[in-house]
Design a protein around this ligand. Structure first.
Ligand code: GTP
Ligand code: MG
Length: 140
């Protein structure tokens, strides 16, 4: 089965939503292959967000991701990459559909970066790359 790298971002951990987010993942039927509360580092984030370097929200995004611990999770299940993106909802929490993590629990805080609770890999290639960054021991 497929694997995906999910992060509960610092806003989600700070607001005590880690359990709720894991509940939705497990409720959907995906398996947790790894779960670890940890602090990101500038090195990890530079690799993780390489595709966004140079965009106007890149600096604020990295700063936000360093503002507190994240819950790093590897989920497993048939089509879980697409499935988790569907559970998460649109990037902008204001317009994310009700029923999704971002739609139900997120809102626009008027800040320089969208604090949208979660990250999920967007392709098999990204998933392999991101699992290698966050859990190198899993990708041997
Ligand atoms: P991730 O699952 O976190 O990767 O979200 P995504 O795939 O829905 O968004 P994307 O990869 O395009 O951007 C990564 C993160 O940068 C987003 O989750 C937001 O936190 C932030 N971001 C992306 N686009 C914008 C934007 O246009 N404005 C602002 N303020 N933040 C953005
Ligand atoms: Mg993305």
């Amino acid at each position: 089965p497929q694997r995906s790298l999910v992060l509960v971002k610092p806003d989600g951990v700070r607001r005590g939503l880690s359990g709720e987010i894991l509940r939705r993942i497990e409720g959907k039927g995906y398996t947790l292959a790894a779960v670890e509360l940890r602090s990101a580092t500038p090195e990890i984030l530079a690799a993780h967000y390489a595709e966004h370097e140079g965009k106007p929200f890149y600096g604020p995004l990295v700063e936000f991701m360093l503002s507190g611990p994240v819950l790093a999770v590897v989920i497993e299940g048939e089509r879980c990459i697409e499935g988790f993106r569907s559970l998460a909802g649109a990037t902008d929490p204001t317009v994310a559909a009700p029923g999704t993590i971002r739609g139900d629990l997120g809102r626009d805080w008027g800040l320089a970066v969208q604090q949208n609770l979660v990250h999920g890999s967007d392709s098999e290639e990204s998933a392999a790359r991101e699992i290698g960054i966050w859990f190198p021991e899993l990708s041997a």
